[in-house]
Design a protein around this ligand. Structure first.
Ligand code: PBG
Length: 303
């Protein structure tokens, strides 16, 4: 019997739920036991607004440190929290099959039925900008904290609605509180939303082979294209950038948008191409967006 694999995860209910599912799948596929190692990240303790922290991987760095120090064998993250900058000491060894990528409204009413001036909680400039284009008359309130804390602000009377990822709500068993799921052409998701990332040390060939069974090539191609857009725009998870790729057979269809915070001006483009060229597809789409002024729109966000 080999020793259990040590899996690093954040300690929130959402993180341990999704990491637990990955661990269970790994045991089913390989027969290896997995031990959960809960790790507190800077993103869990800081009170700072995530838009000020930018795409620096506040939820990720501490898990990566533990990988490099050899305290854990692999780490599971929400893929959308990974910074686009690569660390040569770490390998993204698997992207498991993606869950629902769409954003959801948690409320007693659909967006169109909220009263004028209703308070909608979200700290994401991407969500605010796109929701403002649908409902310019609502108040968008920056909030932080884990999903249950955010949802709790509705019952507490502080907010009328909150916007969260459908995937996370499903993992928490809170999808019954969703009043509306936004189609991707209404609210373009964050690059990688709904996907998980499994990382291990780059020098551990044994783990790279073992954990590779968790990878879903379709998901990997889609998120590679989406993240290539983000990286080429030099934007992070706090930028008002949405990107979504879907895969029909071997062709990827990729849409990306930069939306100004007023919700009015935007640069939105789509393309398609072979799955194997996912990275180039994203990079080329971003270049054409920059040619149409995407950089200026993003620049307006920086305050
Ligand atoms: N750090 C926020 C974060 N990172 C991943 C998810 C949702 C789950 C996912 O996209 O896989 C969330 C919360 C949210 O956006 O509602």
């Amino acid at each position: 019997m080999s020793a259990p694999l040590r899996m690093g995860t954040r300690k929130s209910e959402m993180a341990t739920t999704q990491s637990g599912l990955v661990a269970k799948r790994l045991t089913e596929l390989t027969g290896r036991e997995v031990e959960l190692v809960g790790i507190t990240t800077y993103g869990d303790v800081t009170k700072a607004n995530l838009t000020q922290l930018g795409g620096t991987g506040v939820f990720v760095s501490e898990l990566r440190n533990k990988l490099i120090e050899g305290e854990i064998d692999f780490a599971v993250h929400s893929l959308k929290d990974l910074p686009t900058a690569e660390d040569p000491r770490i390998t993204l060894v698997a992207t498991p099959p993606r869950d629902d990528p769409r954003d959801a409204l948690v409320s007693t009413a659909k967006l169109a039925d909220l009263a004028p001036g209703a308070r909608v909680g979200t700290g994401s400039p991407r969500r605010v900008a796109q929701l403002r284009s649908l409902r310019p008359d609502l108040h968008y309130v920056p909030i932080r904290g884990n999903a249950p804390t955010r949802i709790g602000k509705i019952a507490a009377g502080e907010l009328d609605a909150v916007v969260l990822a459908t995937a996370g709500l499903c993992r928490l068993g809170r999808d019954g509180e969703i009043s509306q799921i936004f189609e991707v052409d209404e609210v373009l998701p964050a690059p990688g939303q709904g996907s998980l990332a499994v990382e291990c040390p780059a020098d551990r060939a044994d783990l790279i082979e073992l954990l590779g069974v968790l990878d879903d090539p379709r998901t990997r191609a889609a998120v590679t294209a989406e993240r290539a857009v983000l990286s080429a725009l030099e934007a992070g998870c706090a930028a008002p950038v949405g990107a979504f790729a879907s895969d029909d057979g071997h062709i990827l269809n990729l849409t990306a948008a930069v939306v100004a915070i007023d919700g009015v001006r935007s640069v939105r483009k789509s393309t398609s191409g072979p799955r194997l060229a996912a990275m180039d597809l994203g990079r080329d789409l971003a270049a054409s967006m920059i040619a149409e002024g995407a950089g200026t729109l993003m620049g307006e966000q920086a305050h």
